[in-house]
Design a binder for this molecule. Sequence first.
Ligand code: TXA
Ligand code: MG
Length: 304
Amino acid sequence: MQALRGGGLVAIPTETVYGLAADALDARACSRIFEVKSRPLTDPLIVHVPDPGWLGRLARRPHPVAMQLAEEFWPGPLTLVLPKDPRVPDMVTAGHPTVAIRMSAHPVMHDLLREFAAPVAAPSANRFGRISPTRAEHVRDELGASIDLILDGGPCEHGIESTIVIAGESGVLQILRPGPIAPSQLERFGRVVGNDGLTPSPGTMKSHYAPGIPLQFGGSPPPGLRCGLLAWSVSRPGFAAVEVLAPDGNPRTAATRLYSAMRALDRPDLDLIIADPPPGGGLCEAIRDRLQRAAGQPASGGGD
Ligand code: TXA
Ligand code: MG
């Protein structure tokens, strides 16, 4: 708390991945997030709110469908992109006229925000373009030396980042980043469209969520390379190291384990990671999105 009030940076668990938080209404504090993550100033931050009432204070005339989505899915892994209120610093939204807002269901984030009684800006607590942290030790290893505090809430429940939706003036829901809330859950609130690849961000970079060694999405190991296998549900021989994402075949298990498994295979003695394509839609689609970005081959638009 002290750290946040003093303009410091605190790593906080959420139900998706760990975030790196600063006072959202303090542009200077937020500028430190960009510095520490080596994140381009052009890539906007998500604002986490203590309660849904903040939606009306941070967004300008939010469409009624946005209010309905907040009521249904908050607290939870859904981020809404809405026209921004002038009180949100331009630093946070990277100069965009919109602001991304979410309310996390994690008890640690919830308690912290209740005490802070104001919003925090919190992107995933990793270096820009790299794998999101799902455990406190991931944050400690990557950013420990340059931030003020890490709150350890154990492993994150979902393991992949929130679904990001633009709830624009027309009431059409555009999914910018697939995540734990599936398109089928959004359909009763309006027409759902995917990322057309033209809407700026999330993360317009080609490569994202990436380990230090190359990752290949699908296919077989090229001859002569020492490969690690990121298997979906069953292991195969012929690899120097193997991580199985969902031994029970359940996509939720795969999502929870995804980033830890990618980190475990990110070893200097391996040349390449081969990732099995996830088999279905819904959450599998969100995992496929992350793996394709890690491979530098996004199917559409953006990433961070
Ligand atoms: O689950 C999550 O969303 C996690 C936890 C920590 O909350 N946060 C997260 O933040 O994944 P970050 O910054 O790593 O990814 C957020 C993405 C970025 O790619 C950014 O470009 C996009 O959201 N974004 C932020 N504000 C936006 C806006 N106004 N319009 C479009 N995209 C935006
Ligand atoms: Mg990120």
